[in-house]
Design a protein. Structure first.
Length: 298
């Protein structure tokens, strides 16, 4: 008979999801203060630096031994860099809470659609139901009844939608590398490569102008890099290894909720009815899509 996992792992997962959800109002607070490539450069650099001691303490090797590993981390760095560009563009124009719900709920749905398309497989009844609910939720979140190029750009939803698509591709890439590279090492290389990519884009804007920003700006960048990414992601993988992947992934449903709450608490954003309704449909869709997944670890 298996003993019940200690309560501390559940508490750690909740904390990790809160740090992810609060990344949305944090990003909104600094979006537009500096050009997106400059903010991403410093965020990626801080994340890579803080991931390195964790990798060394855990005794992980940074050595890549196969051409597919180099391919995966390079592609991951490119995809994550592009995702962050659209993440910030969306926050410059739209609401952090709405973006947090739209992106975090559409990510797994779009990933499912991509996987089925590439495999040229028809969905099962369960998957078809989940995707249908996800499509309905996505249409509500995008306010399909107001759909026009002007409204898409004005609300930031166009950028959030593109960000979701790139995150879906990143999810597939990270999954394919999972059997060859540990998540921490994969993340270190993705952020390191992203740092070099964004360095080339940030140079024309002046990467050192950020030192003229207030301490609040640097606290927000540090939160995004160190707390939300390095701490939050490391805690998530640590807790997932003790509780199992299905249990851990179910906690991700807290992210859109905490994104909405954090945006209301820190930015005064009151969520629209369409955001709440669309979020409910999308979360139901993801729950259905995840309901039959095999446990990866116990």
């Amino acid at each position: 008979m298996q003993s019940k996992p200690p309560t501390k792992f559940y508490i750690l997962l909740i904390i990790a999801m809160i740090t992810w959800g609060f990344a949305w109002p944090s990003g909104k607070a600094i979006a537009g203060l500096e050009p997106a490539p400059v903010i991403i450069f410093w965020r990626f650099l801080l994340t890579a630096i803080t991931l390195l001691p964790i990798i060394l303490l855990k005794g992980k090797s940074l050595k890549l031994t196969h051409v597919t590993e180099y391919r995966d981390v390079l592609l991951g760095g490119i995809l994550y860099t592009v995702y962050n560009q659209f993440f910030l563009y969306g926050l410059e124009n739209g609401l952090a809470g709405a973006g947090g719900v739209l992106v975090t709920t559409l990510n797994p749905i779009l990933t499912y659609i991509l996987v089925l398309s590439l495999a040229r497989r028809l969905p099962t009844i369960r998957v078809a139901l989940g995707l249908t609910l996800g499509l309905i939720g996505g249409c509500i979140l995008l306010r399909i009844w107001d759909l026009s190029l002007d409204s898409l750009f004005a609300t930031g939803n166009f950028y959030f939608l593109i960000a979701s698509m790139f995150w879906a591709l990143l999810s597939m890439n990270s999954h394919s590398s999972g059997s060859k590279i540990s998540p921490e090492v994969y993340g270190f290389y993705v952020y390191s490569i992203g740092t070099f990519i964004d360095f080339t884009f940030a140079i024309p804007y002046g990467i050192f102008h950020v030192f003229e920003q207030s301490i609040v700006f640097w606290l927000q960048v540090s939160y995004l890099a160190v707390v939300s990414t390095t701490f939050g992601t490391t805690v998530y993988f640590f807790a997932a290894s003790r509780l199992g992947s299905r249990t851990a992934s179910s906690f991700i449903f807290l992210v859109p909720v905490t994104a909405l709450f954090g945006s209301w608490l820190f930015l005064g954003e009151v969520p629209e009815v369409s955001t709440l309704m669309g979020g409910v449909f999308a979360i139901l869709a993801v729950m259905i899509l995840n309901s039959k997944k095999e446990e990866m670890s116990n």
